[in-house]
Structure formats: C-alpha cells, structure tokens
Ligand binder design. Sequence first.
Ligand code: NAD
Length: 360
Amino acid sequence: MRFEHENLPQRIRFGSGEAAAMLAGEVQRLGAVRVMVIASPAEVGRSQKITSDLPVVHHHEEVTMHVPVEVAERARAAAARHQVDAVVSIGGGSATGLAKAIALTTGLPIVAVPTTYAGSEATTVWGLTEGARKTTGADARVLPRAVIYDAELTVSLPVPMSVASGLNALAHCVDSMWGPRADPIDRVLAQEGIRALRVGLPQRDRPDSLGGREHVLYAAHLSAVAFSSAGSGLHHKICHVLGGAYDLPHAQTHATVLPYVLAFNAPAAPEAEQRIASALGSVGAIIGLQKLRDQLDAPKALRDYGFAESDIDGAVDAILPAVPVNNPRPVTAEDLRRVLHAAWQGTDPRTAIGDMPGRP
Ligand code: NAD
C-alpha cells in the first residue's frame, strides 16, 4: 500500500437545531465584526433566524446556480463596499459557490451553513460561468474555515430536491472509488457515505425524521471530503459537460447519469463494486443502486431535464478529451454515446450498458 492523502483544514460542527449558536461561536472564533450573509430570497427566513446574533453589515440575496461572473462581481463589490471581514453562506451549492467566488479574489474567510447535500462546503473547488462556459479550479482560499451542519434546516427541502441532492452526494461517493487521486482513505469515507445515504434517504418524506436527515447530511459531508481528495472521475466529467453546455440542473443530472456510469465502470473495478454493493446492503452495486433509486422515485431520464437526443454527439465530443486516464476501463466515443443515449432515454442501465456482474 503506497499513497498520499491530504486532509483539508476545516472545523466541522454538527447539531440539529443548534445552527444559530454554532454560527455565532464560529464567527466569534474568527474575530469577525463585519459579516456579509449570503442567502437567496427563498432562504431569507431561515437565514434571519440563525444570524440575528451576528454582527451583520450586509445581507446579499442575489444567488444564481453555477455563479455567473457578473453575479460574482456584484457580490465582490458589495463585500468591498461594506468592508466585510467574513462571509457566511446559507443555502445549497449555489450560495456556497458565491461565497467561494468572493473568497477566491479577496481571501475573506467563509463560514458555510449548507442546506442541501451538494457538498461544496467541504471542497477547495470553485466554479464560475461566463456565457455558456463553466470554468472550475481548486484553490485553498475558497475552502470554508468552518461548516455548520444543522439537519433542521433541510426540513423545508422539497422531497424531489432531497432525493436528487442526496443522489448527488452518492455520485461523489461512487466517483471517489476511482477518481484520479482516489486512495484507500477516500474509499472508506465514500463507503460509509453510501451506507449512511442508504439509511437516511428512504426517510425523505418524513419531515419529522431528523435522524434520517442527519444521516444524509453526515453522508453529504463524507462524500465531499472523499471527492475533494479523489478528484473528478468519469461520472463528474460527464456531468460537468452536461451542466455547463446544456444548462441542466446540477443535482438531477448527477442523479440521472450515476447508474449508467456505475454499470459501465463496475465490471472493471471489482473492489469498488464490492464496496458499493456492501454499503448498499446488496449482492451487486448496480442492483443495490437501482433498488434504492426505485424506492426514492429518483430522476430517470435526461430528456426530462432539457437534454435532447440531438445533443448527444456534441456532448460525446466534449467529454472524450476529459476522460480521466486512470478510469477503470478505456472509454471510446461509442461507449460514451451508449451511456448518454441510455441516460437520455432512461433505459434500465442493467440492460442498456451490459457487461455488469450480478445481473438479476
Ligand atoms: P442550489 O444551491 O441551487 O439549490 C437548489 C434549490 O433548492 C434552490 O432553489 C434553493 O433555493 C433550494 N433550497 C436550498 N436549500 C433549501 C432548503 N433547505 N429548503 C428549501 N429549498 C432549498 O443547488 P445545489 O444542488 O445545492 O448546488 C448546485 C450548485 O453547487 C451548482 O452550481 C454546482 O456546480 C455547485 N457545486 C459545487 C461543488 C464544489 O465542490 N465546488 C460541489 C457540488 C455542487
């Protein structure tokens, strides 16, 4: 066994119903006295409840998915105008992403309060969009100094968003099994993440089930820590192109594409297949994933989210050069076409992709 693994410096606080107190503690720890709070109009009510004890000098509500550069510029200008010394983001990956865009150019510390399972709060990855072009990069400055996880803040998430976002976390775990820098520590974190998702996600439609939501939030953190270390594997390379060039919704795209990539890679990655299967409590990874997806009524086809059959060839051309060289099996244009066509149509991955072990 020979590997390198970097742990990221970040404080994690986890406690249901304790966001306000934990947040006040972290802002005080930073010594911040002029705080900018980022929360979209939909999050404002939740945000006000947990920030009333903070020295807030500016509430910023302009939050847009994939962080358009002009939105980032306006947020940076507001931070400068109000002379803020810390940024608090409350919301999903889009709110966290905007805070990261500010930190990227200013070095301001972030305290993140995630309310979805996207996991951006635990990675050094930032993303900005200019026109239809999405640029991403990794920079230590954008990593939030502290993260506050409070499952009560997820109770308001609509069930379909809970499911899609939870499967986005599951996709982080699966890609962490074979990402370009995947190591044994990432695989253990990812396996535990999948197990916790399997326990928590089926309790999605019980808003009173804080235990289930805590499992999913805990899993979202593990998935992001594993993914940040392992790097983007085939699944994320595909979704990055689909999200950037075709403007597909982030979580739903991940939730839809995942079983096809798993069906494609699993036969060539027996250790990953076994870990995923065991975390899902199943005899096979793809069988276990499909069982969970059926139970959750998960997103099924890319055509439901605006991706057209005629987009497939262009997407294949854009994805092929980005395929990681260490993918468990070689990937041809024809393979990608087959994966994307099946995902576009929502065909059962067990029959559409073939080659899988453990076919029922
Ligand atoms: P999002 O932040 O856009 O949220 C989706 C929707 O859910 C929004 O309408 C939001 O208002 C709503 N919402 C959020 N929390 C809610 C709650 N508790 N109750 C009710 N509604 C709520 O979507 P997302 O999937 O969380 O994040 C996607 C973005 O994050 C994308 O831009 C993606 O690229 C980025 N991302 C980045 C990383 C990274 O490591 N940098 C990782 C994952 C995702």
